[in-house]
Design a binder for this molecule. Structure first.
Ligand code: NAD
Ligand code: LMR
Length: 330
């Protein structure tokens, strides 16, 4: 049996947390041979709900679950943490953009970045889910200067999965046939779901669907899916977000499928595809041996370039707004 790893989940008593922690404890994230210690971090107001979740976790008798730590103390929550999924943050409501959450949520991620810097395992891998996820990941990384910046990522997997399913439904193929999907940029309505390199059962997607369908239906449907869910449910996506977090971490740690790639928002520090350095930007990546690698050499035409520029500009604007939180003194 492997030694147990510590997994921190913030906001564990919230909607996403409730759909997430049981799946982690059952081995769906890191594999059926990996024992886990869950470190569940919440605010004091949610302590009672969190204790109920811990009781339910116990009642599942998960063989891989070695311990559950409940806390509202950052130093305890991130102590020796090997993996952190940062969910705890305010969700948006109808008529808000995700970026409207910046002011409320930025402080949370600055404090958590500092705690990760001080208390976590030096090779911790971090996934930010709380919105606006890309900019929150930038804040977290900036406040954890002693941890490898490449280990701070934000979640685009929900957008990636949404995009794959829309193509599968349109082409009447099983979703497993849809490969080489990419969602570029920001987890916002400027994101660019890109069919240009996508294959469906080995056939280029654009041999099966029209460019008009992509422009008029597919791209806006994926960009605005979060809003559609909030309007329908009266609350933001939760089970699908938790599922995407599991997919993101599993692929990062255990590897992507040999003939496919995924979308992850990662530091743009090497300027791949001409993206400005110093943003958390979503790229196509493959993962192996616990590392991700940007898929390079994809052809980018003028239309794609324009769409990538739009989402990059939005991320730069968000970075200007959060500039105070990117300084270590905060
Ligand atoms: P929720 O309100 O149901 O739960 C949030 C939880 O976080 C609550 O239990 C709250 O007590 C806790 N919390 C608040 N501040 C905290 C702090 N400082 N430390 C620890 N915990 C804290 O919200 P939810 O539906 O679970 O969504 C959480 C976040 O995830 C939101 O920002 C939402 O917009 C975002 N989200 C992101 C994606 C994505 O694809 N990136 C998808 C869905 C939702
Ligand atoms: C989503 O994409 O479903 C989440 O980011 C929630 C939201 O605010 O849209």
């Amino acid at each position: 049996m492997k030694s147990p790893v510590h997994i921190t989940v913030t906001g564990a008593a919230g909607n996403i947390g409730y759909a997430l922690v049981f799946r982690i404890a059952s081995g769906q994230m890191l594999g059926k041979d990996q024992p886990v210690i869950l470190r569940l971090l919440e605010i004091p107001q949610s302590a009672a709900a969190l204790s109920g979740i811990a009781m339910e976790l116990e009642d599942c008798a998960f063989p891989l679950l070695q311990d559950i730590v409940l806390t509202d103390d950052l130093s305890v929550g991130f102590h020796d943490s090997n993996y952190a999924i940062l969910v705890g943050a305010k969700p948006r409501t109808k008529d808000m953009q995700r970026s409207d959450l910046i002011a409320d949520n930025a402080k949370i991620f600055a404090a958590q970045g500092r705690a990760i810097n001080e208390h976590a395992a030096r090779d911790i891998r971090v996934l930010v889910v709380g919105n606006p996820a890309n900019s929150n990941a930038l804040i977290t990384a900036a406040n954890a200067p002693n941890i490898n910046r490449q280990h701070f990522t934000a979640m685009m997997r929900l957008d990636h999965n949404r995009a794959k399913t829309q193509v599968a439904l349109k082409t009447r193929h099983p979703v497993a046939d849809v490969k080489h999907m990419t969602v570029w940029g920001n987890h916002s309505s400027t994101q660019f779901p890109d069919l240009g390199h996508c294959l469906v059962g080995g056939t280029p997607a654009f041999d099966l669907v029209s460019r008009d369908w992509a422009e008029d239906y597919f791209i806006p449907a994926v960009q605005h899916r979060g809003t559609a869910i909030i309007e329908a449910r009266g609350a933001s996506s939760a089970a699908s977000a938790a599922n995407a977090a599991i997919d993101h971490m599993r692929d990062w740690v255990l590897g992507t499928k040999e003939d496919d790639w995924t979308s992850m928002a990662i530091p743009s520090d090497e300027g791949h595809y001409g993206v400005k350095e110093g943003l958390i930007f979503s790229y196509p990546v493959t993962c192996s041996n616990g590392q991700y690698h940007i898929v390079t050499g994809l052809e980018v035409d003028d239309d794609m370039q324009n769409k990538m520029n739009t989402t990059e500009q939005e991320l730069s604007q968000e970075r200007d707004i959060i500039s105070d939180f990117l300084k270590l003194s905060n």
